[in-house]
Design a protein around this ligand. Structure first.
Ligand code: MLT
Length: 398
Protein backbone atom coordinates (compact mmCIF):
# COMPACT_ATOMS: atom_id res chain seq x y z
CA UNK A 1 0.00 0.00 0.00
CA UNK A 2 1.26 3.46 -0.86
CA UNK A 3 2.02 5.61 2.18
CA UNK A 4 -0.32 8.57 2.42
CA UNK A 5 0.89 11.98 3.55
CA UNK A 6 0.29 11.70 7.29
CA UNK A 7 0.60 15.44 7.74
CA UNK A 8 -3.03 15.52 6.61
CA UNK A 9 -3.86 13.95 9.96
CA UNK A 10 -2.78 17.24 11.52
CA UNK A 11 -5.22 19.52 9.71
CA UNK A 12 -8.82 19.93 10.79
CA UNK A 13 -11.35 17.56 9.23
CA UNK A 14 -12.68 20.30 6.95
CA UNK A 15 -11.59 23.70 5.68
CA UNK A 16 -13.14 26.55 7.70
CA UNK A 17 -15.48 27.83 4.99
CA UNK A 18 -16.56 24.31 4.00
CA UNK A 19 -17.55 23.70 7.62
CA UNK A 20 -19.54 26.93 7.74
CA UNK A 21 -21.29 26.14 4.44
CA UNK A 22 -22.19 22.68 5.79
CA UNK A 23 -23.79 24.16 8.93
CA UNK A 24 -25.64 26.87 6.99
CA UNK A 25 -26.92 24.38 4.40
CA UNK A 26 -28.21 22.10 7.16
CA UNK A 27 -30.00 25.04 8.76
CA UNK A 28 -31.61 26.27 5.52
CA UNK A 29 -32.69 22.73 4.60
CA UNK A 30 -34.40 22.38 8.00
CA UNK A 31 -35.84 25.92 7.89
CA UNK A 32 -36.75 26.67 4.26
CA UNK A 33 -39.06 29.56 5.26
CA UNK A 34 -36.29 31.60 6.93
CA UNK A 35 -34.47 34.35 5.06
CA UNK A 36 -30.83 33.77 5.90
CA UNK A 37 -28.44 36.69 5.25
CA UNK A 38 -24.87 35.68 4.49
CA UNK A 39 -22.11 37.88 5.84
CA UNK A 40 -19.77 34.92 6.30
CA UNK A 41 -17.33 34.01 3.56
CA UNK A 42 -15.79 37.03 1.85
CA UNK A 43 -17.49 36.38 -1.45
CA UNK A 44 -18.51 39.29 -3.66
CA UNK A 45 -22.13 39.77 -4.73
CA UNK A 46 -22.02 42.54 -7.36
CA UNK A 47 -21.84 41.48 -11.02
CA UNK A 48 -18.71 42.04 -13.10
CA UNK A 49 -18.27 45.59 -14.41
CA UNK A 50 -19.48 46.55 -17.91
CA UNK A 51 -16.03 46.88 -19.45
CA UNK A 52 -14.95 43.50 -18.09
CA UNK A 53 -18.06 41.90 -19.59
CA UNK A 54 -17.43 43.58 -22.96
CA UNK A 55 -13.86 42.35 -22.96
CA UNK A 56 -14.90 38.80 -21.99
CA UNK A 57 -17.48 38.74 -24.80
CA UNK A 58 -15.03 39.88 -27.42
CA UNK A 59 -12.46 37.32 -26.19
CA UNK A 60 -15.10 34.59 -26.51
CA UNK A 61 -15.69 35.70 -30.12
CA UNK A 62 -11.94 35.56 -30.78
CA UNK A 63 -11.89 31.98 -29.58
CA UNK A 64 -14.54 31.14 -32.18
CA UNK A 65 -12.47 32.23 -35.19
CA UNK A 66 -9.50 30.32 -36.58
CA UNK A 67 -7.44 33.53 -37.05
CA UNK A 68 -7.77 34.64 -33.44
CA UNK A 69 -8.22 31.31 -31.64
CA UNK A 70 -5.77 30.65 -28.80
CA UNK A 71 -4.49 27.31 -27.55
CA UNK A 72 -2.04 27.00 -24.67
CA UNK A 73 -0.98 30.41 -23.47
CA UNK A 74 2.19 31.42 -21.61
CA UNK A 75 2.12 29.85 -18.14
CA UNK A 76 3.22 33.18 -16.66
CA UNK A 77 0.32 35.05 -18.25
CA UNK A 78 -0.08 36.99 -21.49
CA UNK A 79 2.12 40.05 -21.85
CA UNK A 80 -0.90 42.33 -22.36
CA UNK A 81 -2.07 41.53 -18.81
CA UNK A 82 1.39 41.52 -17.27
CA UNK A 83 1.94 44.99 -18.78
CA UNK A 84 -1.38 46.20 -17.36
CA UNK A 85 -0.33 44.93 -13.91
CA UNK A 86 3.12 46.49 -14.31
CA UNK A 87 1.49 49.86 -15.09
CA UNK A 88 -0.85 49.52 -12.14
CA UNK A 89 2.13 49.06 -9.81
CA UNK A 90 3.90 51.98 -11.48
CA UNK A 91 0.93 54.23 -10.78
CA UNK A 92 1.31 53.17 -7.13
CA UNK A 93 5.02 54.03 -7.17
CA UNK A 94 6.45 50.50 -7.57
CA UNK A 95 8.63 49.53 -10.56
CA UNK A 96 8.58 45.89 -11.62
CA UNK A 97 10.11 43.96 -14.50
CA UNK A 98 7.60 42.10 -16.63
CA UNK A 99 9.17 38.74 -15.76
CA UNK A 100 8.64 39.41 -12.05
CA UNK A 101 4.86 39.25 -12.63
CA UNK A 102 3.09 35.89 -12.79
CA UNK A 103 -0.62 35.74 -13.59
CA UNK A 104 -2.48 33.11 -11.62
CA UNK A 105 -5.94 31.86 -10.79
CA UNK A 106 -5.90 33.65 -7.43
CA UNK A 107 -4.04 34.44 -4.25
CA UNK A 108 -5.39 31.44 -2.33
CA UNK A 109 -3.83 28.95 -4.76
CA UNK A 110 -0.54 30.77 -5.02
CA UNK A 111 -0.05 31.32 -1.28
CA UNK A 112 -0.49 27.55 -0.99
CA UNK A 113 1.55 26.62 -4.07
CA UNK A 114 4.54 28.78 -3.15
CA UNK A 115 5.26 26.35 -0.31
CA UNK A 116 6.70 24.03 -3.02
CA UNK A 117 9.73 26.31 -3.21
CA UNK A 118 10.76 26.01 0.43
CA UNK A 119 12.41 23.21 2.30
CA UNK A 120 10.24 21.47 4.93
CA UNK A 121 12.64 22.35 7.72
CA UNK A 122 11.87 26.07 7.47
CA UNK A 123 10.14 27.61 10.47
CA UNK A 124 6.98 29.43 9.43
CA UNK A 125 5.65 32.40 11.37
CA UNK A 126 2.01 33.42 11.13
CA UNK A 127 0.00 35.87 13.18
CA UNK A 128 -2.85 34.46 15.23
CA UNK A 129 -5.64 35.03 14.10
CA UNK A 130 -4.75 34.20 10.49
CA UNK A 131 -6.26 33.24 7.11
CA UNK A 132 -6.36 29.44 7.54
CA UNK A 133 -4.83 28.67 4.12
CA UNK A 134 -1.35 29.67 5.33
CA UNK A 135 -1.53 27.31 8.28
CA UNK A 136 -3.25 24.41 6.54
CA UNK A 137 -0.92 24.34 3.50
CA UNK A 138 2.21 24.38 5.65
CA UNK A 139 0.76 21.76 7.98
CA UNK A 140 0.06 19.57 4.94
CA UNK A 141 3.77 19.86 4.12
CA UNK A 142 4.84 19.11 7.68
CA UNK A 143 6.45 22.46 8.47
CA UNK A 144 6.85 23.84 11.97
CA UNK A 145 4.57 26.83 12.51
CA UNK A 146 5.04 29.45 15.19
CA UNK A 147 2.37 31.94 16.08
CA UNK A 148 2.61 35.61 16.79
CA UNK A 149 -0.10 37.03 19.02
CA UNK A 150 -2.34 39.56 17.35
CA UNK A 151 -4.80 40.99 19.81
CA UNK A 152 -6.66 44.09 20.92
CA UNK A 153 -3.52 45.30 22.79
CA UNK A 154 -1.49 45.54 19.59
CA UNK A 155 -4.50 46.51 17.43
CA UNK A 156 -4.14 43.12 15.74
CA UNK A 157 -0.88 44.33 14.18
CA UNK A 158 1.90 42.27 15.80
CA UNK A 159 5.43 43.51 15.28
CA UNK A 160 8.56 41.36 14.92
CA UNK A 161 10.09 39.90 18.05
CA UNK A 162 13.85 40.03 17.51
CA UNK A 163 14.44 37.15 19.92
CA UNK A 164 12.41 34.76 17.76
CA UNK A 165 13.71 33.46 14.44
CA UNK A 166 11.44 32.56 11.53
CA UNK A 167 12.40 31.59 7.98
CA UNK A 168 9.08 32.30 6.33
CA UNK A 169 6.66 34.99 7.49
CA UNK A 170 3.10 35.44 6.30
CA UNK A 171 1.68 38.95 6.40
CA UNK A 172 -1.77 39.89 5.12
CA UNK A 173 -2.47 43.64 5.05
CA UNK A 174 -5.23 44.81 4.98
CA UNK A 175 -5.71 41.82 7.15
CA UNK A 176 -8.06 38.93 6.77
CA UNK A 177 -9.79 38.41 9.22
CA UNK A 178 -9.21 41.50 11.39
CA UNK A 179 -9.25 44.33 8.82
CA UNK A 180 -6.14 45.85 10.46
CA UNK A 181 -3.59 47.52 8.14
CA UNK A 182 0.14 48.03 8.66
CA UNK A 183 1.53 51.48 7.92
CA UNK A 184 4.77 51.92 6.00
CA UNK A 185 6.97 52.26 9.09
CA UNK A 186 5.57 49.04 10.54
CA UNK A 187 6.11 47.16 7.29
CA UNK A 188 9.66 48.55 7.20
CA UNK A 189 10.28 46.89 10.58
CA UNK A 190 9.13 43.59 9.11
CA UNK A 191 11.34 44.03 6.06
CA UNK A 192 14.33 44.87 8.29
CA UNK A 193 13.62 41.80 10.42
CA UNK A 194 13.43 39.61 7.29
CA UNK A 195 16.68 41.01 5.90
CA UNK A 196 18.46 40.46 9.24
CA UNK A 197 17.14 36.92 9.60
CA UNK A 198 17.43 35.87 5.94
CA UNK A 199 13.71 35.22 6.00
CA UNK A 200 11.18 35.51 3.23
CA UNK A 201 7.96 37.47 3.71
CA UNK A 202 4.93 36.11 1.88
CA UNK A 203 2.80 39.22 1.61
CA UNK A 204 -0.89 38.84 0.79
CA UNK A 205 -2.30 42.09 -0.56
CA UNK A 206 -5.63 40.71 -1.78
CA UNK A 207 -7.54 43.50 -0.03
CA UNK A 208 -5.33 46.44 -1.12
CA UNK A 209 -8.11 48.04 -3.16
CA UNK A 210 -10.07 48.64 0.05
CA UNK A 211 -7.41 51.00 1.38
CA UNK A 212 -9.01 54.42 1.64
CA UNK A 213 -6.33 56.19 3.69
CA UNK A 214 -3.93 57.06 0.91
CA UNK A 215 -0.78 57.05 3.04
CA UNK A 216 -1.15 53.35 3.85
CA UNK A 217 0.97 51.01 1.69
CA UNK A 218 -0.85 48.88 -0.90
CA UNK A 219 2.20 46.80 -1.64
CA UNK A 220 5.13 45.58 0.43
CA UNK A 221 7.34 46.80 -2.40
CA UNK A 222 6.54 50.35 -1.35
CA UNK A 223 9.12 49.58 1.37
CA UNK A 224 12.81 49.84 0.55
CA UNK A 225 14.61 46.51 0.64
CA UNK A 226 11.44 44.44 0.22
CA UNK A 227 12.45 43.12 -3.20
CA UNK A 228 15.29 41.24 -1.50
CA UNK A 229 13.01 39.45 0.94
CA UNK A 230 9.37 39.43 -0.14
CA UNK A 231 6.92 37.81 -2.51
CA UNK A 232 3.54 39.48 -3.03
CA UNK A 233 0.22 37.85 -3.86
CA UNK A 234 -2.74 39.79 -5.13
CA UNK A 235 -6.03 38.99 -6.71
CA UNK A 236 -8.87 40.53 -8.67
CA UNK A 237 -11.38 38.62 -6.54
CA UNK A 238 -12.15 41.47 -4.19
CA UNK A 239 -10.82 44.30 -6.39
CA UNK A 240 -13.10 43.57 -9.33
CA UNK A 241 -15.48 40.80 -8.29
CA UNK A 242 -13.47 37.91 -9.77
CA UNK A 243 -14.12 35.32 -7.02
CA UNK A 244 -15.89 33.10 -9.55
CA UNK A 245 -13.94 34.24 -12.62
CA UNK A 246 -10.54 33.52 -11.03
CA UNK A 247 -7.57 35.75 -11.76
CA UNK A 248 -4.76 36.98 -9.57
CA UNK A 249 -1.05 37.69 -9.76
CA UNK A 250 2.08 36.95 -7.83
CA UNK A 251 5.16 39.14 -7.81
CA UNK A 252 8.44 37.29 -7.33
CA UNK A 253 11.31 39.79 -7.46
CA UNK A 254 14.51 38.74 -9.18
CA UNK A 255 16.52 40.22 -6.30
CA UNK A 256 15.20 37.48 -4.01
CA UNK A 257 18.05 35.00 -4.02
CA UNK A 258 19.63 32.55 -1.63
CA UNK A 259 22.63 30.23 -1.53
CA UNK A 260 22.22 26.47 -1.77
CA UNK A 261 24.25 24.24 0.58
CA UNK A 262 26.74 23.61 -2.21
CA UNK A 263 27.17 27.37 -2.68
CA UNK A 264 25.14 27.75 -5.88
CA UNK A 265 22.87 30.76 -6.13
CA UNK A 266 19.14 30.03 -6.13
CA UNK A 267 16.63 32.52 -7.48
CA UNK A 268 13.06 32.27 -6.21
CA UNK A 269 11.86 33.96 -9.41
CA UNK A 270 13.49 31.26 -11.55
CA UNK A 271 12.20 28.51 -9.26
CA UNK A 272 8.63 29.85 -9.37
CA UNK A 273 8.87 30.05 -13.17
CA UNK A 274 10.12 26.47 -13.23
CA UNK A 275 7.31 25.35 -10.95
CA UNK A 276 4.59 27.15 -12.87
CA UNK A 277 5.74 25.95 -16.29
CA UNK A 278 5.71 22.40 -14.92
CA UNK A 279 2.53 22.37 -12.87
CA UNK A 280 0.33 25.10 -14.34
CA UNK A 281 -0.99 25.81 -17.84
CA UNK A 282 -1.93 29.41 -17.22
CA UNK A 283 -5.15 31.32 -16.73
CA UNK A 284 -7.63 31.08 -19.65
CA UNK A 285 -7.13 33.71 -22.36
CA UNK A 286 -10.76 34.83 -22.00
CA UNK A 287 -10.33 35.48 -18.28
CA UNK A 288 -7.07 37.35 -18.83
CA UNK A 289 -8.80 39.62 -21.36
CA UNK A 290 -11.48 40.32 -18.76
CA UNK A 291 -8.76 41.05 -16.20
CA UNK A 292 -6.96 43.40 -18.59
CA UNK A 293 -10.12 45.54 -18.76
CA UNK A 294 -10.03 45.99 -14.95
CA UNK A 295 -6.77 47.93 -15.26
CA UNK A 296 -7.98 50.36 -17.95
CA UNK A 297 -8.96 53.87 -16.87
CA UNK A 298 -12.67 53.10 -17.27
CA UNK A 299 -12.27 49.61 -15.74
CA UNK A 300 -10.57 51.08 -12.67
CA UNK A 301 -13.40 53.59 -12.27
CA UNK A 302 -15.96 50.81 -12.43
CA UNK A 303 -14.02 48.66 -9.96
CA UNK A 304 -13.78 51.62 -7.57
CA UNK A 305 -17.52 52.16 -7.80
CA UNK A 306 -18.05 48.53 -6.73
CA UNK A 307 -15.62 48.87 -3.84
CA UNK A 308 -17.45 52.02 -2.73
CA UNK A 309 -20.71 50.11 -2.47
CA UNK A 310 -19.03 47.52 -0.22
CA UNK A 311 -17.42 50.34 1.75
CA UNK A 312 -20.84 51.80 2.46
CA UNK A 313 -21.94 48.42 3.77
CA UNK A 314 -18.85 48.26 5.98
CA UNK A 315 -19.82 51.65 7.37
CA UNK A 316 -23.37 50.48 8.08
CA UNK A 317 -21.93 47.56 10.06
CA UNK A 318 -19.36 49.73 11.83
CA UNK A 319 -21.99 52.31 12.76
CA UNK A 320 -24.13 49.59 14.29
CA UNK A 321 -21.15 48.39 16.35
CA UNK A 322 -20.57 51.93 17.59
CA UNK A 323 -24.23 52.42 18.41
CA UNK A 324 -24.24 49.20 20.43
CA UNK A 325 -20.87 49.86 22.07
CA UNK A 326 -19.34 46.75 20.58
CA UNK A 327 -15.56 46.84 20.38
CA UNK A 328 -14.54 46.29 16.75
CA UNK A 329 -11.61 46.50 14.36
CA UNK A 330 -11.42 46.99 10.58
CA UNK A 331 -14.24 48.18 8.37
CA UNK A 332 -12.41 51.30 7.17
CA UNK A 333 -9.64 50.06 4.89
CA UNK A 334 -11.11 46.60 4.67
CA UNK A 335 -14.34 44.77 3.86
CA UNK A 336 -14.10 42.91 7.18
CA UNK A 337 -15.41 43.95 10.57
CA UNK A 338 -13.89 42.01 13.46
CA UNK A 339 -15.59 42.36 16.81
CA UNK A 340 -15.80 40.94 20.30
CA UNK A 341 -18.58 38.44 20.92
CA UNK A 342 -21.00 39.61 23.62
CA UNK A 343 -20.46 38.45 27.21
CA UNK A 344 -17.16 36.83 26.35
CA UNK A 345 -19.08 34.24 24.38
CA UNK A 346 -17.27 31.52 22.48
CA UNK A 347 -17.29 32.36 18.75
CA UNK A 348 -18.84 29.09 17.52
CA UNK A 349 -21.63 29.48 20.10
CA UNK A 350 -22.14 33.03 18.85
CA UNK A 351 -22.20 31.69 15.27
CA UNK A 352 -25.02 29.31 16.23
CA UNK A 353 -26.85 32.07 18.07
CA UNK A 354 -26.64 34.40 15.07
CA UNK A 355 -27.76 31.69 12.68
CA UNK A 356 -30.63 30.37 14.80
CA UNK A 357 -31.89 33.54 16.40
CA UNK A 358 -31.45 36.22 13.73
CA UNK A 359 -30.62 34.12 10.63
CA UNK A 360 -27.41 35.98 9.89
CA UNK A 361 -24.26 34.09 8.92
CA UNK A 362 -20.84 35.33 10.00
CA UNK A 363 -17.46 33.70 10.56
CA UNK A 364 -16.43 32.57 14.03
CA UNK A 365 -13.09 34.03 15.06
CA UNK A 366 -11.92 30.66 16.39
CA UNK A 367 -11.72 29.47 12.79
CA UNK A 368 -8.75 31.83 12.38
CA UNK A 369 -6.86 30.79 15.50
CA UNK A 370 -6.97 30.73 19.28
CA UNK A 371 -6.86 34.52 19.58
CA UNK A 372 -10.10 34.61 17.63
CA UNK A 373 -11.86 32.46 20.22
CA UNK A 374 -14.07 35.33 21.45
CA UNK A 375 -14.20 37.28 18.21
CA UNK A 376 -16.42 37.24 15.17
CA UNK A 377 -16.06 38.45 11.56
CA UNK A 378 -18.70 40.02 9.33
CA UNK A 379 -18.17 40.95 5.71
CA UNK A 380 -19.38 43.94 3.73
CA UNK A 381 -19.87 41.78 0.61
CA UNK A 382 -23.63 41.81 0.40
CA UNK A 383 -26.10 44.32 -0.92
CA UNK A 384 -27.15 47.36 1.07
CA UNK A 385 -30.66 46.12 1.73
CA UNK A 386 -29.43 42.85 3.25
CA UNK A 387 -26.72 44.61 5.24
CA UNK A 388 -29.22 47.05 6.73
CA UNK A 389 -31.61 44.20 7.52
CA UNK A 390 -28.83 42.08 9.05
CA UNK A 391 -27.83 44.99 11.29
CA UNK A 392 -31.46 45.61 12.31
CA UNK A 393 -31.61 41.99 13.45
CA UNK A 394 -28.14 42.18 14.99
CA UNK A 395 -29.20 44.99 17.32
CA UNK A 396 -31.65 42.60 18.98
CA UNK A 397 -28.72 40.55 20.29
CA UNK A 398 -27.03 43.44 22.11
C1 MLT B 1 -12.63 34.74 3.37
O1 MLT B 1 -13.83 34.78 3.59
O2 MLT B 1 -11.78 34.73 4.27
C2 MLT B 1 -12.20 34.75 1.94
O3 MLT B 1 -13.23 34.39 1.10
C3 MLT B 1 -11.05 33.94 1.77
C4 MLT B 1 -10.59 33.80 0.38
O4 MLT B 1 -10.54 34.79 -0.35
O5 MLT B 1 -10.25 32.68 0.04
Amino acid sequence: MAKFNENYLNVKESYLFSEIAKRVNAYTAANPDKKVIRLGIGDVTLPLADDVIKSLHSAVDEMGKAETFKGYGPEQGYDFLRRAIQDYYKRNGVTLDLDEIFVSDGAKSDTGNITDLFSVDNVVMVPDPVYPVYVDTNTMNGRKIIYLDANADNNFLPMPDKSVHADIIYICSPNNPTGAVYNKEQLKEWVDYALENDSVILFDSAYESFISEEELPRSIFAVEGAKKCAVEFCSLSKTAGFTGTRCGYTIVPKALVSKARDGREMSLNKMWNRRQTTKFNGVPYIVQKGAEAVFSVEGMKQAKAMINIYRENAKIIADTMKKKNVKFFGGVNSPYIWFECPNNMNSWDFFDLMLNKINVVGTPGAGFGKNGENYFRLTAFNNKENTVEAMRRFEILF
